[in-house]
Design a binder for this molecule. Structure first.
Ligand code: FAD
Length: 371
């Protein structure tokens, strides 16, 4: 008899939802995490009474009612709606591209006037291509939205994100660039969105209530011992590390955050402001209080915390954020996946073990489906 039914490596959303559902079925779980806190990348730290998203801004959104009902059964979510602003050389534009953006850009007030300009600029791109397929991201974006939107809102931001010129990036990165001919700044098309009232730590706490957890505990440091402790392992760490990098290291892209506390109640008037010109070194500034404080609540808290986000080339040892789904890494992952598929007692789940970018709702949906 083993001590636990499941050893869950990683207390992020995957591990925590898994533990919750398994415990509901009467299974005995132990959750370990190498970090000093639970919650993985959705962990928040309280600074000046504000929940700061330590691993990047997280906004929950889904169209799946079952997923929405599930997370709300653990903690109620607020009505936060993501409506980012773009700052290009000091001029502000609403995102995603919609009638507000077109009014700010060209002074047009009707969908037909906006469409006329977009169509004209798209035709200019077709003429430039002269029958060729778009060869790079710049040509593709010009074809999809025309020069003004591309140059002011896409070019600089994308070049900072990827650390390369748009003319050196492949066209397939941008498949679609939707333009909305309505005055609607809601970034997501999903039916439901919000932030847990009281922050994401409440969600994790609710999921892990009654489950044994250990932080500062790295699976690989006592691997043999952890492998004996439970009938099954749920592994949410890096799949290449699980197999001791036997085929080589998978690569990631990462983000560096610079946090600042300001002596004012409202720094930028919005949770998310994108800086779309190449000359500003950061891609976004996040003002965390706007995720959870609305109306008069904003001024009740006299300080504010912002994070500047710098897209950074990933080196081994850095926080792995986004998988690089190019041919080299995809081939490498398939080799590891073959090994994983042969395991009887290990479940690989989540963004690191599956080497795939998942939004939070995808993760919850996957675990709910599993059970
Ligand atoms: P993680 O949260 O990374 O959890 C994995 C855990 O495993 C970590 O705590 C880690 O410490 C632990 N671990 C790893 N190796 C070991 C080991 N050897 N021993 C012990 N523990 C180990 N999604 C949205 O829906 N909306 C958003 O706005 C959004 N914004 C994002 C912004 C950024 C910058 C990033 C990177 C992601 C964002 N996401 C967003 C995606 C979201 O973060 C993921 O869907 C979610 O965190 C995945 O959960 P996970 O459990 O798979 O991984």
């Amino acid at each position: 008899m083993k001590q636990y039914d499941y050893l869950i490596v990683g207390s992020g959303l995957f591990g925590s939802v898994f533990a919750y559902k398994a415990a509901q079925q009467g299974k005995k779980c132990l959750v370990i995490d190498k970090r000093s806190h639970l919650g993985g990348n959705i962990f928040c730290e309280e600074v000046e009474g504000i929940n700061v998203h330590k691993y990047g801004a997280h906004i929950f959104h889904t169209s799946n009612k079952q997923v929405w009902d599930f997370v709300n059964s653990i903690v109620e979510f607020n009505r936060y709606t993501n409506s980012p602003i773009a700052n290009y050389k000091g001029k502000l534009y609403n995102l995603p591209f919609n009638m507000n953006t077109f009014y700010q850009m060209w002074g047009v007030a009707t969908p037909s006037d906006a469409m006329k300009i977009i169509k004209r600029q798209k035709n200019e791109a077709v003429t430039l291509l002269n029958g060729k397929e778009p060869q790079n991201l710049e040509e593709q974006a010009l074809l999809l939205v025309g020069r003004d939107i591309y140059e002011r809102l896409i070019k600089g931001y994308t070049e900072k994100q990827w650390g390369r010129k748009c003319t050196e990036l492949p066209a397939f990165i941008i498949k679609r660039l939707p333009v909305r001919l309505i005055f609607d700044n809601n970034y997501f098309n999903d039916k439901y969105q919000g932030i847990p009232i009281g922050g994401y730590n409440k969600l994790i706490k609710g999921l892990l209530t009654g489950v044994k957890t250990m932080v500062n505990t790295n699976f690989f440091e006592e691997r043999a011992c952890w492998e004996r402790i439970a009938d099954k392992i749920v592994f949410t760490g890096k799949i290449d590390e699980y197999y001791n990098y036997c085929f080589g290291k998978l690569e990631y892209r990462t983000v560096r955050f610079e946090e600042e506390v300001h002596d004012c109640s409202n720094y930028q008037g919005n949770a998310v402001v994108n800086y779309t010109e190449a000359e500003v070194p950061y891609t976004r500034i996040i003002e965390h209080k706007h995720f959870e404080m609305f109306g008069t609540e904003i001024d009740k808290c006299s300080k504010t915390v912002v994070s500047k986000e710098y897209s950074t080339e990933w080196q081994p040892g850095m926080e792995p954020y986004y998988p690089v789904n190019d041919e080299k890494n995809s081939t490498l992952y398939i080799q590891y996946k073959k090994l994983a598929d042969e395991e009887d007692n290990v479940i690989f789940g989540g963004r690191l073990a599956e080497y795939k970018y998942y939004d939070m709702h995808n993760i919850v949906e996957k675990v709910l489906k599993y059970f």
